[in-house]
Design a protein around this ligand. Structure first.
Ligand SMILES: *[C@@H]1O[C@H](CO)[C@@H](O)[C@H](O)[C@H]1NC(C)=O
Ligand SMILES: *[C@@H]1O[C@H](CO)[C@@H](O)[C@H](O)[C@H]1NC(C)=O
Ligand SMILES: *[C@@H]1O[C@H](CO)[C@@H](O)[C@H](O)[C@H]1NC(C)=O
Ligand SMILES: *[C@@H]1O[C@H](CO)[C@@H](O)[C@H](O)[C@H]1NC(C)=O
Ligand SMILES: *[C@@H]1O[C@H](CO)[C@@H](O)[C@H](O)[C@H]1NC(C)=O
Length: 250
């Protein structure tokens, strides 16, 4: 990973990769306030009215990450800011992204952190990671564990992530409530990933130095991320014949 990524990983106290942006699909239904209070909303709750995004009025001052939930269930979002880095605009607290809805978060210069996404607020879930300390930087990380498939795009290109639902594709050997599949390669700096995670190797981070999954130096500060198997996959995911050498179960 890049030096800035590595430093942030140390600051956060875990070996993990960092953020990437995605482009939202145009078919989203509901908009959720990025400043919604921290409680978890039941799926039937009427959503708060959402303020207009600010990105268009300050294209250089903010990085924008849109997130669309195509996973088919409501999902929880948990926000972590790297120690010493800028807080996301509005200081978003844990919230729910209802199914078939889109949300948007804005990040000031100097931000670096993560959005953990899953059926609950377990911090080991699938993550969008990013920074805006220079050119916008985004990735999807399953280094701590996996909950849902995530991909992200910028300028219409899928730049990071993996659209395979790993729970449908293999057997998790280290599962906790959610389900969350904890990643045995979390502390295995250069991998290899276990067979459960291997289908997403090089597309999303499956071990700490799985750096082909990174997308630093984005030309646009607009990123859209998509959750679910309906999301488009990055080219790297489709070109990796992971199953040939997948022998690691632990
Ligand atoms: C700010 O954005 C404008 C329009 O996209 C671009 O032309 C300009 O180069 C940007 N400035 C900086 C400092 O990035
Ligand atoms: C997260 O993963 C770590 C390492 O696998 C584990 O020690 C910790 O208990 C997990 N936390 C939760 C909330 O599952
Ligand atoms: C996982 O997906 C790959 C690629 O689509 C496929 O070849 C493989 O058989 C799947 N494995 C399982 C256990 O479903
Ligand atoms: C991660 O991305 C940056 C920027 O594109 C690149 O310089 C670096 O080489 C990448 N890391 C790896 C291991 O490919
Ligand atoms: C599988 O492993 C062999 C031996 O390490 C290596 O030569 C080969 O390139 C690997 N294949 C893939 C698809 O990773």
């Amino acid at each position: 990973m890049k030096t800035s990524h590595f430093v942030l990983a140390l600051l956060l106290g875990a070996a993990r990769a960092y953020v990437q942006p995605c482009i939202p699909m145009s078919t989203t239904a509901t908009l959720v306030s990025s400043t919604a209070p921290g409680r978890i909303l039941p799926s039937s709750t009427v959503l708060l009215h959402t303020p207009q995004p600010q990105a268009s009025t300050a294209p250089n001052a903010t990085m924008t990450i849109d997130i669309v939930n195509l996973h088919g269930t409501d999902l929880s979002l948990l926000f972590v800011v790297g120690a010493g880095y800028s807080t996301p605009i509005g200081d978003p607290q844990p919230t729910v992204l209802p199914l078939s809805s889109t949300t948007r978060y804005l990040y000031p210069t100097g931000w670096a952190g993560q959005i953990t996404i899953g059926p609950n607020l377990n911090s080991n879930g699938s993550k969008i990671e990013g920074s805006f300390t220079g050119p916008p930087d985004i990735d999807v990380s399953y280094v701590d564990g996996y909950t849902v498939p995530i991909t992200c795009s910028s300028e219409g290109v899928i730049v990071t992530g993996c659209n395979i639902d790993l729970f449908m594709n293999g057997t998790c050997t280290n599962e906790v409530e959610g389900p969350v599949c904890l990643n045995p390669a979390r502390f295995r700096r250069y991998g290899p990933p276990t067979c459960f995670f291997a289908p997403c190797e090089a597309a999303a981070y499956t071990y700490p130095e799985d750096n082909l999954a990174n997308m630093s130096v984005l030309k646009s500060n607009l990123v859209s991320c998509c959750i679910g198997t309906l999301c488009k996959a990055p080219a790297r995911q489709l070109s990796t014949p992971w199953w040939i050498n997948c022998t690691y179960s632990k």
